[in-house]
Design a protein around this ligand. Structure first.
Ligand SMILES: Cc1ncc(COP(=O)(O)O)c(C=O)c1O
Length: 441
């Protein structure tokens, strides 16, 4: 009930402050932009064509719906982009918002950046918090997951001998950040080496648990592993970490906006998100989540005034940056909500299993990603016997105009496929036909 009340309060606050922001923008721009556009009505109008599909209808396999979704993206017509894992394109309402917000900024940069667009940060914080299932005062808006996670990695006070549990399958930048702390501060890194893919929950939990000692202070978990699309039982691993008094950092770069979950239910203390991945927000947008009571103890990477010591805004003193792309996160959220996370995650999972099932029947193909919804989402990794991964990747691009990416990490070697909401079944049929033809070559 208390949580529900907080959200009613948040929603009212958000609407009020968003309206103030819109009013100040329309005054500042002298009518360059209409309040209607800024109130998201512009993109709402554009998105109206989606209304012909029922809001609660199961549209997972309805290609006509996803074709409409695709019509919002200006894509390269010559290439099928099956690498949306690294960074994803933004739909046109987001691109148009970036242009319009930049036009505002450019009119009187020092005024419109700091006294106009900057005012949009608080309403945006409310909107992001509602999406993430946490409090607005737990979200610092920044540029990407690397910035968010390294802020925590370098901002925590740890002593010589303190232990950090992390995995060889975590993202490279975060591994490097911890290695740097190991060199500088004498902390001890306890490495978990996961044997993936795995649908064995207790194996995955125990892999972490076995690395815990009475010196463990931090446990880092990658929620959805970028190399092969494996989902880890992060919530359960976090419960185990809490039992020994350790704090948990979640790398949610790939899980946020790809699979449904709520930060407040994950038993975690810190998390990092990139919004230019599965939210399709402009490139260079992300956020840092810090559980409210932990904010005070984390030093920001970029120093902040003393009176912000226990405020999440202390992590936002990043210097001059594009407030236009930051504000366009609003339109990316609107677009995402129009589809809905349940529908989106169901579609991505369906697409993954669609091509995986067909590829599995081809002689020499090996899939290195779990099948079930509990352990996988829209990303998967495959190999084709007799092909170096680089050669396979090149052939897919040069001969079949399919863009994917190559993975080279321990036993996770192959070509990674990551479709998006604009991917149609026929795009994946082309991938299947291409691999079939190559397997016979
Ligand atoms: C698991 C994971 N964490 C973090 C990152 C870093 O994301 P960014 O480059 O947006 O900071 C990536 C990027 O692909 C990733 O896959």
């Amino acid at each position: 009930m208390a949580f529900f009340c907080i959200f009613i309060y948040m929603k009212t606050e958000f609407l009020l402050s968003r309206r103030n922001f819109i009013n100040s923008l329309s005054i500042a721009t002298g009518g360059l932009l209409t309040p209607a556009f800024l109130n998201d009505i512009y993109s709402e109008d554009e998105l109206q064509i989606l209304e012909e599909f029922g809001a609660t209808e199961d549209l997972t396999k309805n290609e006509a719906y996803w074709k409409k979704i695709k019509s919002f993206f200006e894509l390269d017509q010559e290439i099928i982009n099956l690498n949306n894992g690294g960074v994803a394109p933004s739909p046109s309402p987001v691109m148009e918002a970036v242009i319009k917000y930049n036009q505002i900024a450019n009119k009187i940069p020092s005024y419109n950046l700091y006294r106009v667009l900057n005012k949009g940060r608080e309403p945006l914080r409310f909107k992001l918090a509602e999406l993430a299932g946490c409090l607005p005062e737990e979200i610092a808006i920044n540029r990407n997951a690397t910035e968010a996670l390294e802020t925590v990695i370098f901002g925590l006070s740890l002593n010589k001998g303190d232990e950090v549990v992390l995995s060889r399958q975590d993202y490279q930048s975060m591994q490097n950040a911890w290695k740097q702390r190991e060199k500088r501060d004498g902390i001890v890194l306890k490495w978990v080496d996961l044997n993936l893919p795995s649908e064995d929950k207790s194996y995955l939990i125990n892999a972490y648990k076995n690395a815990f000692t009475n010196k463990t202070k931090i446990v880092q978990i990658t929620h959805l592993i970028n190399w092969n699309g494996q989902i880890l039982p992060a919530k359960e691993i976090a419960v185990e970490a809490k039992k020994i008094g350790a704090e948990v950092i979640l790398d949610a770069a790939h899980s946020f906006a790809q699979i449904p979950f709520s930060f407040s239910e994950m038993n975690i203390d810190y998390a990092g998100v990139s919004l230019h991945k599965w939210l399709s927000a402009p490139f260079g947008t992300g956020f840092l989540y810090i559980e409210k009571d932990k904010i005070k103890k984390v030093y920001p990477l970029f120093a902040a005034p003393d009176d912000e010591e226990d405020k999440i805004t202390k992590f936002e003193h990043l210097g001059t940056r594009s407030f236009a792309i930051e504000q366009a996160i609003n339109e990316a959220i609107d677009f995402h909500l129009k589809i809905g996370i349940e529908r989106k995650s169901a579609r991505l999972f369906y697409l993954k299993n669609y091509w995986v099932k067909k590829l599995s029947k081809i002689q020499g193909v090996k899939i290195l990603t779990p099948n079930s919804k509990e352990f996988s989402a829209g990303i998967a990794l495959f190999t084709l016997e007799g092909f170096e991964h680089a050669t396979l990747l090149n052939k897919l691009y040069l001969k079949y105009h399919i863009h994917a990416t190559m993975i080279n990490l321990g036993n996770l070697q192959g070509v990674r496929i990551s479709p998006n909401v604009y991917t149609l079944k026929k795009d994946l049929d082309l991938l299947v036909d291409a691999v079939k033809e190559l397997s016979k070559a």
